[in-house]
Design a protein around this ligand. Structure first.
Ligand SMILES: NC(=O)c1ccc[n+]([C@@H]2O[C@H](COP(=O)([O-])OP(=O)(O)OC[C@H]3O[C@@H](n4cnc5c(N)ncnc54)[C@H](OP(=O)(O)O)[C@@H]3O)[C@@H](O)[C@H]2O)c1
Length: 327
């Protein structure tokens, strides 16, 4: 059987992507064949589609770290033909042919049955970006930070992770300060629940002192580098910051003082390798107590052929909200 897939190839002129026909024999071995109805675009997919060997070593390759669809063949007792399932992370879209395709074949351990009160289309409004925002919030809550403790920040606030973190923290009652490079999106961020929006330029540059006036009870950081370094200097006692991204750079300039004098917790998030039971917990939360009423307003739906321009936009930091792939 032939199907369509977005495939990136390494050529003499660099990495080139096309939508081409593939066959089921092109897919890797695996327990379960899934017809992909929806996927979504994440920053990592854009890196994979541009030949970043830290993400995908072998080409030709189909990116797509997310997929939601229907089981078509199964060698596992846990999954039956017709089951509606979600796959995010692990090796999907990295070195295993990913969700930018009409079919994937994956190990059973990567698969989650869609929760009740949640449809596959909605799941890919969240995708890995949403899962990551959820994991950040989960760790902040587990560390004991509560809405009464004060303001929490979200960096990269208009991006995929950021926009969902803003909505989720606001829903849970936190005073959210959105930090963004896009002044044009202030009204959007306020409408999603931020109580204040600050331009990220205020946090750029070297840290001035290892400890600044305390402001933050916690935060979700998707950008890293100077911005995170500066935010770390200005936390209250027992604050917790979840860090997941590096669009601003990979370095961190900090000292031991925020940790030993203010008890700061810096919480690392790796959504891809998160234990499957924790992923299930987050999906169940989004299907119930954490359901975000405005999530569908922040989605752009595209087909495989439209991914090219969206990948370009996410690499330039110009994406607002989420891009969902509909096959
Ligand atoms: N650790 C994990 O498990 C995990 C999972 C998912 C994503 N991530 C990472 O999290 C980050 C965000 O992912 P995403 O899917 O949300 O990407 P995204 O949609 O492109 O959002 C990133 C946002 O960061 C801001 N930004 C862009 N360039 C910047 C720069 N040079 N300096 C500071 N801010 C900048 C922009 O928002 P504003 O204009 O509003 O500032 C942009 O929209 C990426 O690094 C991604 O790899 C990690």
């Amino acid at each position: 059987m032939n199907f369509k897939a977005f495939v990136t190839e390494e050529t003499e002129n660099g990495f080139v992507s096309n939508v081409i026909e593939r066959t089921l024999d092109d897919l890797p071995e695996g327990d379960v064949l899934i017809k992909v109805l929806f996927s979504s675009l994440n920053y990592k997919d854009a890196l994979s589609a541009s030949g970043n060997k830290g993400v995908s070593r072998n080409y030709p390759h189909s990116p797509g770290i997310d997929a939601a669809g229907i089981v078509e063949e199964s060698n596992s007792d846990e999954f039956s033909v017709g089951d509606e399932v979600i796959v995010t992370g692990y090796d999907l879209g990295m070195n295993t042919s990913g969700g930018f395709s009409e079919y994937i074949r994956v190990p059973k351990e990567w698969i989650i049955k869609k929760p009740d009160n949640f449809d596959l289309e909605e799941s890919m409004a969240y995708g890995t970006a949403g899962l990551t925002a959820g994991l950040c919030v989960r760790k902040i809550l587990l560390s004991g930070v509560k809405p009464v403790d004060g303001e929490v920040f979200v960096t990269g606030a208009t991006g995929g992770v950021g926009i969902i973190a803003v909505m989720l923290l606001a829903k849970l009652g936190f005073e959210v300060v959105a930090i963004t490079g896009k002044d044009t999106e202030t009204d959007l961020l306020l409408s999603l629940g931020a109580k204040e929006v600050i331009n990220r330029s205020e946090f750029e540059g070297d840290i001035k002192s290892p400890l600044a006036k305390p402001r933050w009870a916690g935060g979700v950081d998707a950008v890293g580098s100077d911005i995170l370094s500066n935010l770390i200097t200005a936390t209250h006692q027992r604050a917790a910051i979840a860090c997941c991204g590096m669009v601003g750079g990979v370095n961190l300039n900090t000292s031991i003082f925020p940790f030993i004098l203010r008890g700061l917790s810096l919480l690392g998030i790796d959504s891809a390798e998160t234990l499957i039971d924790v992923k299930k917990e987050i999906w169940n939360n989004f299907a119930s107590d954490w359901k975000l009423e405005k999530i569908n307003d922040q989605i752009k739906d595209v087909g495989l052929e439209e991914l090219f321009s969206e990948i370009d936009k996410i690499l330039k930091g110009q994406q607002i909200g989420r891009v969902r792939l509909k096959n």
